[in-house]
Ligand binder design. Structure first.
Ligand SMILES: [Zn+2]
Length: 307
């Protein structure tokens, strides 16, 4: 009996691994699409401005959307329209300095002097950027259209009922639910451990089940110590966020597929939009699979309860 259970567990891990590989392939295929490549290439050219500069930009041009310096605009085949006033921001002033360091060779006791160049921040200077509306020329690449759909209504219903029965996190759904972020389809609140689903999901059982899986995956990642404050400290806010979304959606895709609900049309594009580079997904693969296995076990425990 024990042997049999062990073999069963091993084959389950292999299935999770196979579904994870399928996810990586799917995300790669999305990222290789021409419309995605053009758009991501454009995103890479726009820099992230500091919160202080974002405030400055919005104070001077409240409707600003895409903001960049003149060289970036020119590289995208656009130029600043005659007479347009630049938006003032602050840029760091860096100066190259030579740093001398003494190191002692532990074996010979010899002291060596090593010199290296380093850039140090000596202050800030004013520079100008322009919003896309102040430029003209080649149109910017459109954001890729999100085509995703979740198929398999029966599996979705079956999974939905089980998820509601076993979710370790209370689930608020229905027409009266309000989300902190109105553009999100669902939210997991680490503080209260509560999940909220967007009221607009009521009519779409497939997508609603997918979103619930995603939010439970967020919760499980927190519980397992695979997501949280410490990742924000070590990776920075942005990358930590990308990682958290890749884990939640990746695990949701794997668990959904395991139970016969195909979310690939949605999940591949969603993960691609966050990771933007398939290599990152490989780096986070262990965490994706661990949350997926936990999610599958959780759903299976609903069957045990019912029996
Ligand atoms: Zn999420």
């Amino acid at each position: 009996m024990e042997m049999k259970l062990e073999r069963l567990a091993k084959s389950k891990d292999r299935k999770v691994r196979e579904l994870y590989d399928r996810l990586v392939e799917g995300v790669r295929a999305v990222l290789n699409r021409a419309d995605w490549r053009a758009y991501l290439d454009m995103l890479a050219r726009f820099r992230q401005y500091s919160p202080a500069n974002v405030a400055l930009i919005l104070a001077q041009k409240p409707d600003a959307t895409w903001v960049a310096g003149i060289r970036t605009w020119n590289s995208l085949g656009r130029r600043v329209k005659p007479g347009e006033k630049g938006i003032m921001i602050f840029a760091p002033t860096l100066r190259k300095v030579t740093v001398r360091e003494e190191t002692t060779d532990l074996e010979t006791g010899e002291i060596r002097v090593v010199e290296r160049e380093e850039e140090i921040l000596v202050g800030f200077h004013v520079t100008h950027v322009w919003d896309v509306s102040q430029t003209e020329g080649k149109p910017l690449p459109e954001p890729p259209r999100f085509t995703g759909r979740v198929s398999g209504d029966q599996a979705a219903r079956w999974l939905w009922d089980r998820l509601l029965a076993v979710s370790p996190f209370p689930v608020a759904c229905g027409e009266l639910v309000k989300l902190a972020n109105p553009y999100a389809l669902g939210e997991f609140h680490p503080g209260t451990g509560e999940i909220r689903l967007h009221p607009g999901l009521e009519g779409d059982q497939g997508l609603r089940t997918k979103v619930l899986l995603h939010e439970i995956a967020h919760g499980l990642a927190y519980r397992l110590g695979l997501d949280g404050q410490e990742y924000r400290k070590t990776l920075g806010r942005e990358v930590a966020y990308q990682r958290g979304e890749a884990i939640a959606e990746g695990a949701a895709y794997i668990a959904a597929s395991h139970f016969g609900l195909d979310t690939s049309g949605y999940s591949f594009e969603y993960v691609a939009g966050w990771v933007r580079d398939a290599e990152k997904l490989l780096e986070w693969g262990e965490a994706v699979q661990r949350v997926a296995r936990t999610l599958i076990k959780l759903v299976e425990s609903a069957g045990e309860k019912a029996a």
